[in-house]
Design a binder for this molecule. Structure first.
Ligand SMILES: Nc1ncnc2c1ncn2[C@@H]1O[C@H](COP(=O)(O)OP(=O)(O)OP(=O)(O)O)[C@@H](O)[C@H]1O
Ligand SMILES: [Mg+2]
Length: 231
């Protein structure tokens, strides 16, 4: 089903990307192109490209071909991923704080997939803050909502990454089946994010879990093994 869905989504996504590209060229040819409009179109174009990459990597994952893993600096990857979710975080008055340990060894990974894991975890935290405020009847004026992304060395064989927030924590009825597909507390959620994250991390030889000892919000951790790069 996932492969079919990925295939079906590819066509409209390509059309969105192509149309945006044409629209940008048309706007640039005008006497007074609107810089804000151009910037918005450029961002949407980049998002459509990224969605295409995600679908490509999902197809590779389900086809068991496996994507291409390359050596990456995890801190650099976290930085670019934080930039991807920062517009959503900003719109929801959520601060993203990074705690990146220097001089970590580079690790073999498929960048689009690991980015997807961090995006899913970060987005869940943002959505939790939004839901919490809606049920409290509060508006997002004061910035007291934080997401912390931390990288560190777990031991000489593994890198440890955590994404935590100071939100409401998990709903107790959700916790037991958190990683099961279609388990969601959201009206428009599919309940697929965490199960996809876990498959991605396991396909990298790592582990992903919810840290139930963390009691000031929600914390997810994952590891990625440090492997010697193949020559
Ligand atoms: N940071 C968090 N704070 C509070 N609850 C969370 C957090 N992360 C996940 N959850 C809970 O876990 C559930 C499952 O998350 P998951 O990402 O798998 O699905 P979803 O976000 O509901 O839908 P989808 O990701 O498919 O759009 C969420 O519906 C929410 O109840
Ligand atoms: Mg989710």
């Amino acid at each position: 089903m996932a492969a079919g869905l990925a295939h079906e989504l590819n066509q409209p996504l390509t059309a969105i990307g192509n149309n945006l590209h044409t629209a940008m060229s048309m706007e640039k040819q005008k006497n007074n192109p609107d810089p804000e409009l151009l910037e918005m179109m450029q961002e949407n174009y980049e998002s459509s490209q990224r969605a295409g990459q995600i679908i490509h990597s999902l197809r590779q994952m389900v086809s068991k071909e496996g994507g291409t893993k390359e050596a990456h600096d995890i801190n650099q990857l976290v930085l670019t991923t934080a930039n991807l979710i920062s517009p959503e975080a900003l719109a929801a008055s959520v601060d993203i704080k990074l705690y990146l340990t220097d001089d970590l060894p580079s690790i073999m990974l498929e960048a689009v997939q690991i980015q997807q894991v961090i995006v899913n975890l970060g987005r869940n935290a943002i959505e939790a803050f939004i839901d919490q405020r809606q049920s409290d009847g509060r508006s997002a004026t004061k910035c007291d909502a934080n997401i912390m992304i931390r990288t560190e060395l777990l031991d000489d064989k593994n890198i440890h990454v955590s994404v935590s927030d100071n939100g409401s924590g998990l709903r107790p009825d959700i916790e037991a089946e958190l990683f099961h597909p279609y388990v969601t507390s959201k009206a428009s959620g599919m309940g697929l994010g965490l199960s996809i994250c876990r498959s991605i991390i396991e396909s990298h030889g790592g582990r992903l879990w919810h840290d139930s000892a963390y009691n000031v919000g929600t914390k997810f951790c994952f590891t990625i093994p440090i492997t010697v790069q193949e020559q």
